[in-house]
Structure formats: C-alpha cells, structure tokens
Write a protein that binds this ligand. Structure first.
Ligand code: TYC
Length: 102
C-alpha cells in the first residue's frame, strides 16, 4: 500500500503488541586512573547496588576490563550512561560507560 500515512495492518499491530522492547546492557569499562571507591559509589548511586554488589562488580571490571551494571530499556540505559559519564567528568575521572543491545 503506497502513501506516507497509510493505516498499519492487523499483522503489524499484533507484532507491536506482542514484541518485548529491545533491552540494553549498561557496561562499565576499566581504566588505570579512576579510584576503586569512586566506581563503587557510582554503582550504588546510579545502579541501586548495595556496597557488596557494587564492590563485586567494580572488582570484576578491574580484573576483566568490563562488566555489566544493569539491563534496561533503551531510553533508561541511555540516561544511565549520560549520568555516569557526566558524574565522572565532574570529578575529573576518565571512567567510561557504554550501552549495547542484548
Ligand atoms: N582500575 C582502577 C584502579 O586500579 C579501578 C577501576 C575499576 C576503574 C573499575 C574503572 O570501571 C572501573 N584504580
């Protein structure tokens, strides 16, 4: 069916009702300069981890180079990435945070 504003088909409507939204992992990356304590605070403040969970994730990133902080719908994941990068920049730490589709 041609035209910019054609009606969607029943099949398309069914799909939009049934398909779950794509989800995104928010990933912290290791570096040599950001203090461990700062990373633990980030994980508690922006990802609702308790101190033990936050320390575990921070050490995993430190040893393995990257680690998952959480899995969220696209807009929420993007907001977390922005908040973490802004917070790190304010404190002049090179901490990097990225998102990737699951
Ligand atoms: N590698 C850092 C250090 O030794 C600690 C660190 C952990 C930095 C996790 C970033 O995402 C990170 N101080």
């Amino acid at each position: 069916m041609p035209g910019k504003f054609r009606e969607s088909t029943v099949a398309e409507k069914q799909q939009s009702r049934l398909k779950p939204p794509p989800m995104y992992r928010v990933i912290l990356l290791n570096d040599d300069y950001t203090p461990m304590e700062f990373v633990v605070i980030v994980l508690q403040q922006f990802f609702s981890k308790n101190r033990e969970q936050a320390t575990e994730i921070m050490l995993k990133v430190h040893r393995e180079g990257r680690g998952v902080c959480g899995v969220y719908p696209k807009d929420i994941a993007a907001t977390k990435v922005e908040q973490v990068v802004a917070f790190a920049n304010e404190h002049q730490h090179p901490l990097q945070c990225v998102m990737e589709e699951t």
